[in-house]
Ligand binder design. Sequence first.
Ligand code: MG
Length: 393
Amino acid sequence: MTGALESLPQVSGPAAYAASDAASRGRRFEEGRPSYRSEFQRDRDRIIHSAAFRRLEYKTQVFVNHEGDLFRTRLTHSIEVAQIGRSIARALGLNEDLTEAIALAHDLGHTPFGHAGQDALNECMKDYDGFEHNLQSLRVVDQLEAKYADFPGLNLTFETREGILKHCSMAHARELGEVGERFIKKQQPSLEAQLTNLADEIAYNNHDVDDGLRAGLIHIDELREIRLFNDQYEAVCRRYPDLADRRTIHETIRRMINLLVVDLVETSQSNIRAANPASIDAVRHLEHPLIGFSEGVREANLELKRFLRTHLYRHYRVHRMSAKAKRVIKELFAAFMEDPRLLPPEHQDHTRLLEADQGLSGRARAVADYIAGMTDRYAIAENRRIFDPATTS
Ligand code: MG
């Protein structure tokens, strides 16, 4: 078996187009170099020590936190994204520490109750510039994590912030300064940011298949109509005909993830070779992203996404939970907007500050900050505390 290893593709060292401390655009507030760590390791460490990161444990994407202990939370999802991202980064000679920092921070701005929560809060904020989880993630690391003596937020490097801000509107891009510029100039983010975005997609599509099957919301028979799943499933069944169901599912999913990762690495390698960027700035000036799947795999992946949308995300049981979640968020928003004195004291202070500066919009933003920071279970409990006379406040 040892001989086989020599023919496998080798991991490359740091590439000229990778992010590096030397090529970093730095932090918003100047700081000394860290001892024994890279700049991006320091970013990663600050993210792990943030309160917003700890809250990811009790926030969900599709399922609500109390539905079962085996479902993914945003915390385990973020760790899966970091794992997949680091593998890809290493294979492409990119910066693993930056990739990990972006992966661990990418969901920090998410509301409770996944997409339902984000939609509800965005509707509540429609007269006040809206709510967008990407922008909120940036807001968390730039402002809301107020704990360091010398600066607001976590004072992360430009590269980590660039990776967190996956998309944003033109109007917001103009307000965001340097980190918003690429949306105006139609430039690309670093390769680390590009790959983390796709690692996110690989992670959630595959774990939603796993969680959806576990919850009994989707079924193997339906999934077998999806090429990406069926090819791997048949291969597993052929090779291990007597394997227990759960192991067959896991073996299928791990092969799907591997297929996507290997295709992404190989396609991106050939894109990078063709474009041959000399630096991270050369990557930013390219017309198209370089990290991507081959055409066939991109199509197969789209087919899986469409399947999940119709069979899982729109499943009536998921929809019932989403409808409840939206009600919880909208009720909380309306109550705090009408009477900010219902807010806990530190959030009243935050509200007063923003309101003094921006009027009612400021009040709405502060209320949105408070709600977005809640975990699923905290939002449910807070709703009860505000609306149920029999519950102690
Ligand atoms: Mg994600």
